[in-house]
Design a protein around this ligand. Sequence first.
Ligand SMILES: C[S@@+](CC[C@H](N)C(=O)[O-])C[C@H]1O[C@@H](n2cnc3c(N)ncnc32)[C@H](O)[C@@H]1O
Ligand code: SF4
Length: 385
Amino acid sequence: MQGQNISQYVEDPDKMTLYVHIPFCVSKCAYCDFCSFVPSHGDIAKYLQALYHEIDVRALEYSHQQITSIYIGGGTPSTLHNNAIYELLQHIRSRFAVLYNGSVTIEANPNSLTRAKAKEYFDAGIRRISIGLQSHSNRLLHLLNRPHSYRDFVHAVQYADEAGFVDISADVLLGIPTQTMQDLRGTLDRLLDMPLTHISAYGLILEEGTPITNAINSGKLIPCSESLANKMYDYTVDRLHKSGFYRYEISNFCRSGYPSVHNLNYWNRGQYLGVGLGSHSFVNGVHWSNTLDFAKYIKNPQDCRENVEVETIETAKLETIMLALRTEAGLDIKKYDSTFGTSFLNEYRDTIKFLLNNNLITINNFRLTVNDFNISNAIIEHFVR
Ligand SMILES: C[S@@+](CC[C@H](N)C(=O)[O-])C[C@H]1O[C@@H](n2cnc3c(N)ncnc32)[C@H](O)[C@@H]1O
Ligand code: SF4
């Protein structure tokens, strides 16, 4: 696909980020439908061999693009054995043109991030670590079938801090069934006492077929109401803001100077290459995802692309709007106009008039922002129609 459909609609066609997917977890959480599973004997070795092979092939295919940041996500990358991540990063750097000092992030679970692994990651050049907590309440962690306690999280942050990490992020969930405002307050109180630079607060999505959704559908569990979930979100925004965490995207908050550079690239519609099972890519004007079939991937990792879609000017425009309206910075109207050779305000005149009249958006200094992130999906829908 190299060289074919060079996108006219991205800012830096010579640059891309790299996402590396590690699909293994020690157990499956009750709400999760990510591409992750508990490995059987031999799966990890087979997977790493296939992943290395895919990296080699893609590095040749995209030899003209520089990697500006790397994100090792999952699944749970910290479930891999000692040294696996160090070697993986050495391999990536030996194959791709990786920007010196580009940001490198790893996701970790509280129970698998040991002191030794935290040190290994730092020695490998990783400078950002994202640890999934979800809640400080062990009752809720149990309900979510998380494989760790709050205490494990405290230790994980301590190990990361001791290893030298400055940029430490935690994930929390809002709207867990039976979660109360008091639970949430307790979680944020504790997080704000820790050396964190970043917090991601996701509204729980009830994914079809997961144990938690099944329990709700069969009446065994009562879901969190929309109004309580909205209240939790507003409280989180306010509380974090008062404690020096700036919201830069619907679900992401950081101390000044510590946004996720890697994720900002997605929201700015920069190019990204994904390697590994189920990863997504957008390079040279083409979107695709890798197969979710483990057997297929390890058999033929270089030929595992599915859902290949060449972008059109229409899809590029809509994606630009949808992604930008998730961010606090919003849509840069002048940039949109120069990228697409058009006038955004003319193109969406009626939609914009309606949204402005109903006080749902603001246009200030040629930037369009949504007024209430609780209903941002509904606002975005107006542009898609
Ligand atoms: C893929 S996980 C990576 C980190 C690690 N595996 C963990 O769970 O701690 C990234 C984050 O996605 C979020 N997540 C997963 N499933 C979700 C769902 N159904 N709704 C909302 N957030 C979800 C969780 O907050 C999790 O921390
Ligand atoms: S640890 Fe993370 S990726 Fe694994 S099942 Fe739980 S939420 Fe999903």
